[in-house]
Structures are given as structure tokens and as C-alpha cells.
Design a protein around this ligand. Structure first.
Ligand SMILES: Cc1cc2nc3c(=O)[nH]c(=O)nc-3n(C[C@H](O)[C@H](O)[C@H](O)COP(=O)(O)OP(=O)(O)OC[C@H]3O[C@@H](n4cnc5c(N)ncnc54)[C@H](O)[C@@H]3O)c2cc1C
Length: 292
């Protein structure tokens, strides 16, 4: 277990802003987990599981948080084939782009629509990440989690609830650390998977600021509506405050143009929410997680 004191959230999040957490604990193997509660108790503060920090808006200043991260993980393992169905075990610390590259190499289809999402597999599970009508948990067959109360827990299919940007493991009330998942994918020609990944990525690059400092979409889409369209209609596309601004390319992405602060980001989010509520009576819910 690697312990670092005073860790800057700006260095741990794709929005590149936020203050300083008390500490960060990086777990590199399951054998270290039994010691984790004692280590966290000794450090004080609130534990916050962090993946790649691509859905996190961290507040400014001194934050009473202890980040818990998994050491970046190795390769997925193919567990078995049944006709075209392939069962794949994936460590939660692996980045989604790494998983998709593995799928392209081995001809495994089912996750191509998630190209361009920068997070980890653990973050994709916890957020039920999705795009273009496909969500991560649709492919989920089983998950292994660790909780401070129960230790390592294996969840079989059905032992969770999931939906638009949420995943709730049954019987887990507090926080958990996802360790690995098993996914059900479909055998396909590697070239077809690669083409689909490339096309999805290019499509996103044309319509979203995926190479800038963002946390993806900041608001969830209300049922049957697009948060981006509502923000654009309310005049927020390109709206700036200090170093922060809603993207010119896609109004639902908040961009750190350099030197942006959480205070600026939160003010912009409040103003946008109020304007959309006044204009069309809809309350936008945050997709990005505000921490600190
Ligand atoms: C350019 C860009 C494009 C994006 N596009 C999309 C998109 O198309 N669709 C989409 O859904 N999202 C998108 N996102 C948002 C983000 O990438 C996803 O939500 C992603 O799944 C978050 O993964 P992460 O590892 O970064 O999680 P983090 O941001 O680090 O954490 C997010 C949540 O997951 C929890 N978590 C992370 N790892 C674990 C773990 N191992 N165990 C338990 N909990 C964990 C955290 O506690 C936190 O609650 C985008 C973000 C960016 C920057």
C-alpha cells in the first residue's frame, strides 16, 4: 500500500482543478485490503474512491478527504467462450481505453460505443458509464467489490440495481471499492471492432471537446431531453467565468481553459441550473460528482 500525504486533486482529475486532500492510499493487491480500515482510521477524514478522476469536480482549498485508488492494473483475461459469447474478467484499475484496445485485438464486441470515455473500469461500473445508447452494466455478468464491513464480496448477475449513470450493489450500504468485473461480450472480427471504435471516437471528437480539460457531461439529460440543448437555448454555450467555461462545441461540457477554480465552476453550474429552471421548469441534475 502506497501512502502519500497532501495530494492535489487538480493533479488527480481531468478537470484539473480542486484543492488538497489529506492523503492518498494506493492499493496494489487484495492482500493489502484487510489493513485498509485501520490505515484510513489513522488518517482521519472521509475516504473517497478515485478512478481516473474523469467525473469529479473537487472543491478548492483543504479537503477532509483520503483518496483510495487501485494501482493501474494489468490485462483482462478471457475466461471462456460459448458459441459467440465470450466471458471476460477485467481488473477495475484498468483504464477503459486499455480495455477497448484489448477488445479490438481479440475481436470482442459490445463496448465500442464507449470509445472516448477516459475513466477506469471501476469508474465505468460505479457510474454505469454509457454513450450512444449503450451502458457499461448491460455487459456486466459479475463484480467483485471490497467493503470495509464485509471484505471481499462477489456479486452475481442480478445482485445490483443499475440505470442511467448509477450502479447500486445489493446489500452494500456504505462505500465500496470495485476490484474486478466479469463482462459478457460477443466474438467478432477484430477489424470490425477496430473500425467501430475509430468511428465512435471520431464522431465524439467532432461534437465534444474530448481533448480539453473537462469531466464529460456535467448535467444528466432529463427524460426525453438533452441537457446540452437546454443549456444552449438558455445561452450558456461558450459562457465563461474566469478560467472556466461551458464548451463552444457542446454546452454540457464544462472546460477548464487554464487556471480555473471550483468556485468558478460551481457558480457557472448554479447559474445554468437556475436559468434552465426559469426558462423551461426543468431541474437539471448533476452528472459530475462534486467532492470535498
Ligand atoms: C472527455 C470525457 C468524455 C466523457 N464521456 C463520457 C461518456 O460518453 N459517457 C459517460 O458515462 N461518461 C463520460 N465521461 C465521464 C467519466 O469518464 C465516466 O463517468 C467514467 O466512468 C468515470 O471513471 P473514472 O475512473 O474517471 O471515475 P472517477 O471520476 O474517478 O470516479 C467517479 C465515481 O466512480 C467511483 N469509482 C471510481 N473507481 C471506483 C472503484 N474502483 N470502485 C468503486 N467506485 C469507484 C468514484 O468513487 C466516484 O463516485 C467523460 C469524461 C471525460 C473527461
Amino acid at each position: 500500500m502506497r501512502l502519500t500525504h497532501d495530494v492535489r486533486l487538480a493533479a488527480r482529475t481531468t478537470l484539473k482543478l480542486g484543492g488538497t486532500a489529506l492523503a492518498e492510499v494506493v492499493v496494489s493487491s487484495a492482500e493489502e485490503l484487510p489493513r485498509l480500515p485501520e490505515v484510513l482510521y489513522g488518517l482521519g477524514g472521509r475516504p473517497l474512491v478515485m478512478g481516473y478522476g474523469s467525473n469529479v469536480l473537487a472543491r478548492d482549498g483543504a479537503l477532509p478527504l483520503v483518496l483510495v485508488r487501485l494501482e493501474p492494473a494489468g490485462e483482462p483475461v478471457i475466461l471462456g467462450h460459448e458459441n459467440d459469447a465470450v466471458r471476460l474478467a477485467v481488473p477495475a484499475g484498468l483504464r477503459l481505453p486499455g480495455l477497448l484496445a484489448f477488445c479490438a485485438r481479440h475481436g470482442l464486441s459490445g463496448l465500442e460505443s464507449l470509445a472516448g470515455i477516459p475513466g477506469t473500469v471501476g469508474g465505468a461500473l460505479a457510474m454505469n458509464a454509457g454513450s450512444y445508447g449503450v451502458s457499461f452494466c448491460e455487459r456486466l455478468l459479475a463484480a467483485e467489490l471490497w467493503t470495509p464491513e464485509k471484505g471481499v464480496v462477489r456479486l452475481a448477475a442480478g445482485a445490483w440495481g443499475c440505470g442511467y449513470r448509477f450502479f447500486r450493489p445489493a446489500g452494500v450500504s456504505g462505500w465500496y471499492l470495485a476490484l474486478s468485473v466479469e463482462l459478457g461480450l460477443v466474438a467478432a472480427a477484430p477489424e470490425a471492432v477496430r473500425t467501430q471504435l475509430r468511428e465512435t471516437y471520431e464522431k465524439k471528437k467532432r461534437s465534444q471537446p474530448i481533448l480539453e480539460a473537462t469531466a464529460g457531461c456535467v448535467f444528466k439529460n432529463p427524460p426525453g431531453e438533452s441537457a446540452g440543448r437546454l443549456l444552449e437555448q438558455a445561452g450558456f454555450k461558450g459562457r465563461r467565468l474566469g478560467g472556466m467555461g461551458f464548451s463552444e462545441r457542446h454546452a454540457n461540457f464544462l472546460v477548464n481553459h487554464g487556471g480555473g477554480t471550483a468556485a468558478e465552476a460551481l457558480t457557472l453550474l448554479d447559474e445554468a441550473r437556475l436559468a434552465v429552471a426559469e426558462r423551461c421548469g426543468l431541474n437539471l441534475a448533476l452528472e459530475v460528482e462534486v467532492v470535498g
